[in-house]
Design a protein around this ligand. Sequence first.
Ligand SMILES: [Zn+2]
Length: 414
Amino acid sequence: MSTGLNLSIDRLMSELAALARISAAEPPVVTRVVFSEADLRARAYVKSRCTEAGLTVHEDAIGNTFARWTGSDADLAPIGTGSHIDAIPNAGSYDGVVGVLGGLEAIRVLQQFGFTPRRSIELVIFTAEEPTRFGIGCLGSRMMGSVLTPAEALKLRDKQGRGLDELRGEAGFAGPLESVAVPPGRFHQFIELHIEQGPQLESEGIDIGLVTAIAAPASLRINIEGEGGHAGGKLMPGRKDALCAAAELILALEAAAKSTGAIDTVGTVGVCEVFPGAVNSIPSRVRLETDMRDINAARRDGVLDALRTAIADVSKRRGVIVTTELVNADPPAACDPAILAALEASAIAAGKSYKKMVSRAYHDSLFMARIAPVAMLFIPCRGGVSHRPDEYATPEWIGSGVHVLSRTLAVLAS
Ligand SMILES: [Zn+2]
């Protein structure tokens, strides 16, 4: 596209503000848990904007929403773009939403330009990217990518013990869960626009991050059973202090993550619960939750193996009983070189600065990668802050992302 695109950043910014006001909390706090009243109102708002733009909207059995701008060759698999509109408690206005309303704006820009896509362009709003309600992230895209089976999905419960089936029905979504899985080929390509949720782009003054790979987490829950007792009465020899064992495992994970020598390997123990948690009582039981991430699955699984070796060693040496539960170990995804090349060319044509980078947070694209070639583009967010009410991206940053996205959609859909 040689001439300038008519990007209406004011319209998009006012829609972002309107969507942010649809929240279970007082503005500027955004809380939109999946299938809550706020989530349903937000869905209705976005769907009405899509209908206004002439898109054909349909929803699957768990509320993944597809808004299609039909191309001149309607039989061809569409180019997908989109993200999520659910938000964790006490969140901000841009995570996910920029990829949804920004994706819609990218479509409207092309419509106003008079562009006719050959392939359809389909905006996707994924159900429950955030793990708030069901304890598992990317529910919608995970089921689309057949990473979570219908049988596994039926076992999901929220904190009140209510199941996915009951809650989706109440929200108005019906039909067999089997129908949520999407066959490869249903989407020709998929692009997700998202705020970086890290500080790199802003601090380096760069407009666009071209995501080459999406790191994926593995999470292991660890329960350590030792032996309690009086902190004064029980002498040091023969103690089975569960927290001392936990301390060794925490440091073992840190050492294993550092030992790969790769900057992309990270390991964290974010939860450490100590029982009984009294100053004069030897810890008898500790629960740890660990998170290991990398863009290379073998390297990340190597860290997981090292942690398991440390568990075996510590439990034998200290006489504690350790049980583990692998919560998830999702495969990382590489972004598609052809889409990245189109994004890069679009960034150059739009006069935007860019750099290639890795996504260290996971996104719906991680699971879309199971069924389609994917790529992501990041825009800066102030201070790298996300998942907080003060999350912020300037209209210029958002405009740059939408501009590059719209050019890329035009190229890929031609
Ligand atoms: Zn997000």
